[in-house]
Structures are given as C-alpha cells and as structure tokens.
Design a protein around this ligand. Structure first.
Ligand code: SF4
Length: 332
C-alpha cells in the first residue's frame, strides 16, 4: 500500500525526477496500478464563461488585456448557453464541467451571483462543477460550496522563485491563500502548473514540493504544456518535449499518489502514442472538448476512440466524492 507523505524534501523529489526515464515510468506506473481505479480517466470539459480583457499580466495568457493576441473579449455567457455546453459535454462523456472567467479575483457583484446560479444549474444536471475565477475570499468560497461547487482550480503555474518572472500583478502567497480558502470550504482543490515557461528543472521540482507538502494534497493536479500564443511575452518559447511531460507526470504521481494527475493543455500536439506514455506514467484525467478556454484541444470523439484503444474508460461523476469521504470519517 502506497504511503501518502507530506514531508517530501527537495533532495528526495530531485532524485525521483532525475531517475532514468524508464525506471521512473515503471515506478510511477506501479504506484498508479495499486489504485483499483487506475484504468478510469476523469474527463472534464472546460468552457470560458467570460473571455479576455483580464487585468493580470500572466506571461503565457492570451486573455490578458495588455497583450495583443486577437482574443475576442466576451462578457458573461448566459446561463442557458452554459447549461447547453454542459449537456453537450455530458453527452460526449465528460463527468465534470469547468467554468473559467478571465478575472483577477471574484467580486461580490451580479456577475458572481450569475456564476453561483450556473454552478447550481450544472450541479443539478448530475455533473461535477469546477470553477476557475481567480482569487477568492473565504466567504466567496463558502458561497460557491453552498451552490454545489465540487472543485476549484487555481494553479501555482511555476515555482515560488520563478513566479515573479511570469506574473507580477499578484504574489505566490495570494495563490496559496486562495487555495486555503477553497480547502476551508471543503471544495476539492485542483492545482498544478505549466511547463515550458522557460523554467528550470529545479523550478519544476520546487513547484512539486510546494504541492506535495501541503497538509492535504490537491485532489487534482493539472500538468500543462505551454501552448505559446502570438502576442504574449512567451510566444517564442520552444515546445516542451513529451518526455519532459512524462517525467513531470510520473514525479507528480509518485509524490502525490492519491491525486488525479491531469494531462492538460498541449495535448493537440501529442500523438496517441505519446499520450499513452502519459497515461502509463500516471495521468488519469484529461480535458476534452474542442477548446481549452481559447486554445484548441482534441474533440470528444477522438478522445473516446483513444481511450477505447488504450483500454481506458471515463470515470463516472462523483466517484470518490471527497465530501462523502469527509462525512463518513466524521461519523466513524
Ligand atoms: S491566466 Fe487568468 S488571471 Fe492570468 S491573465 Fe489569464 S485570465 Fe487573467
């Protein structure tokens, strides 16, 4: 039985990260297969409910107002369109709908009330609902939880040391505070990062250390490969090697064995064989649907065909519900 540890040292994570690639994959695959649900893949669909015009300066993001990227700015999507997108995603095999808004932070205004209403509506459809809305206070996290929010995404992006090179308009501590607020409201935490930003291997290791030494590991850890977008400061970054993705996924699985590791942005550039290596290394979640906020993504049907080929199947909604597990632990 794999022990879940929260006291990983940088040296230990480095040793794992730098181990020979096939040894690393073998080790992470073995840990992954100790989980009886290893052949299940959690499928999320990500929609942008408010696009572009963001005041933040995340160097990778086409939605930052200060970069000229050609992204069309859209005001809040109406609820009926969100429910329509959710129904389409559910029919395509997704168990979770993730709604993203290009905001610095949530404000207690009418737009937030609309988001709460959307959360309620999608939850009533029997789907897990996730939001990624920027920074949150404790009270806002609680209001989202009360509306039925299942998960909240807030990525660390990179290491604490590298963070200022990528984002100057908020701090690493701001990110960690939001994650704490999400935890306090008993919402499932989704937090990971992006590789290919120009970070070093030590930055990747440091980010994994921050995640894996949290008192409770994020239930979901997205590992994104940068999709360089023209007009952003990182437009000329070279593409990330698939082996770097595999190495990162495998290390994440070893240090956070119970977390769902999500193979996220950058999948369009990967062949089925390359994605198979990521699943082998421990990835057990993907985003499906033609768009990932503003960047292209494989279609539902292509993904379903890939899962069938690899003998994998979509995970049903609310399986291993963290809220039920918590309630059972309290009763016991
Ligand atoms: S990543 Fe989010 S916070 Fe950063 S610029 Fe893009 S939309 Fe804004």
């Amino acid at each position: 039985m794999t022990e879940v540890r929260h006291n990983w040292t940088t040296e230990e994570i480095s040793e794992i990260y730098y181990s020979p690639l096939l040894d690393l994959i073998y080790r992470s695959a073995t840990i992954h297969r100790e989980n009886k649900d290893y052949s299940e893949v959690q499928i999320s669909s990500l929609i942008s409910i408010k696009t572009g015009g963001c005041p933040e300066d995340c160097a990778y993001c086409p939605q930052a107002a200060r970069y000229n990227t050609g992204v069309d700015v859209h005001a809040m999507m109406p609820k009926d369109e969100v429910l329509e997108a959710a129904a389409k995603a559910k029919a395509g095999g997704a168990s979770r709908l993730c709604m993203g808004a290009a905001w610095r932070e949530v404000r207690d205004n009418r737009d937030f009330d609309k988001v709460l209403d959307m959360v309620k509506g999608v939850n009533e459809m029997g789907m897990e609902v996730c939001c990624t809305l920027g920074m949150l206070t404790e009270n806002q996290a609680q209001r989202l939880a009360d509306a039925g929010l299942y998960a909240y995404n807030h990525n660390l992006d990179t290491s604490e040391d590298d963070y200022k090179r990528i984002i100057t308009t908020r701090t690493y501590d701001d990110r960690l505070n939001t994650l704490e607020n999400v935890r306090k409201a008993h919402i499932s935490v989704c937090s990971g990062g992006i590789i290919g930003l120009g970070e070093t291997n030590e930055d990747r290791i440091s980010m994994l250390k921050t995640l894996s030494t949290m008192p409770q590991h994020p239930e979901s850890v997205p590992i994104n490969a940068l999709v360089p977008v023209k007009g952003t400061p990182l437009a000329d970054q070279p593409r990330v090697s698939v082996w770097d993705m595999v190495r990162m996924i495998a290390t994440a699985k070893i240090v956070m064995p119970k977390s769902v590791i999500r193979l996220s942005a950058g999948r369009t550039e990967m062949t089925t064989v390359e994605q198979a290596f990521c699943f082998m290394a421990g990835a057990n979640s993907i985003f499906a649907g033609e768009k990932l906020l503003t960047t292209p993504n494989p279609s539902f049907s292509d993904d379903m065909a890939m899962l069938e080929l690899l003998g994998l199947k979509p995970r049903e909604a609310f399986k291993n519900d963290h809220r039920k597990q918590k309630a059972e632990a309290v009763e016991a």
